[in-house]
Design a protein around this ligand. Sequence first.
Ligand SMILES: [Zn+2]
Length: 320
Amino acid sequence: MTGRISSAVVIAAIVAALGAGAVLRNPAAAQQTEIPADVWSGDRAMDDIAALLKFTPRSIGAPGHQQTIDYIESQLAKTPFSAVARQRWTFRGDDGAGHAMTNLVARLNPSNPRRVIVATHYDSIVRAYADSKDPDGPMPGANNSASGVAMLLETARALGRLPSPAVGIDMIFFDGEEGPKSLGAGDPRWFAIGSPYFTAHLSDFYPDRKPESGVDFDMVCYRALQLKPELSSVLYAGTQTVKFWSIGATNAPDVFLRTPTPYPISDDHTALTAAGIPSLLVIDFEYDPWFNTTQDTIDKCSAASLGAVGRTLLHYLYQQ
Ligand SMILES: [Zn+2]
């Protein structure tokens, strides 16, 4: 992750339209399904992050990239999301080289015509470019990007222990979010690769009807996690964003804040929304001094932060 664009005019309009108090006043928070607290385990999600860090570097083309795919599939095999489709293609980089890309799509109750996407990216930057001491060092990426993968995997396990939600759920693990040079925000020409490819081939997975909405996770394990409604999500997926933050603020008021981010953040939700699937981004982008450095390690993460987000996601899915 990814680009940021400042726009004071847009911000002012959205904050006015949303009304800061609207997030907490939404009545959806009062209608929560009873979900046992231990069904979504932050400790298990931490175990996922620890497992993924062993594959570092996990950037495109590295052995750790394929090991990450194998790990995701091996974990999903133990859940109701066991049928995983691999969307494969070759991306031609501006270096002229062809890069093998893979999005993973895992579906719960595929015959249900109502679909909701739960997404993250699993690729990792090629080097810790933001590290002042070791900018060519390997990127551990505990928060960016292992935390999002852990979020989805533990949610898949939890859904295996619970009744089916009213909607079918499609988990998508996007490749190439960090861009053509795997440099993310350090690359001024950054753009996501995997999610636009997915939306350009949407009918392969949705021949009749688009998914109703999407929620995308990136950088969600920080031990001092603070989640603000992301500005473009508020703009283009306002109903979904208000609902998610209302549930989050009820469950974990120290984590879910009311004031939107002061700028929109581009991530994989951007392509989904552009394709007519209103999608929100859940991210704590204020992760300095560790963002995209060799210090993005598991000691910065906590089971409590992961659990606060994961349990919010479960409640959100049962309110669709
Ligand atoms: Zn990311």
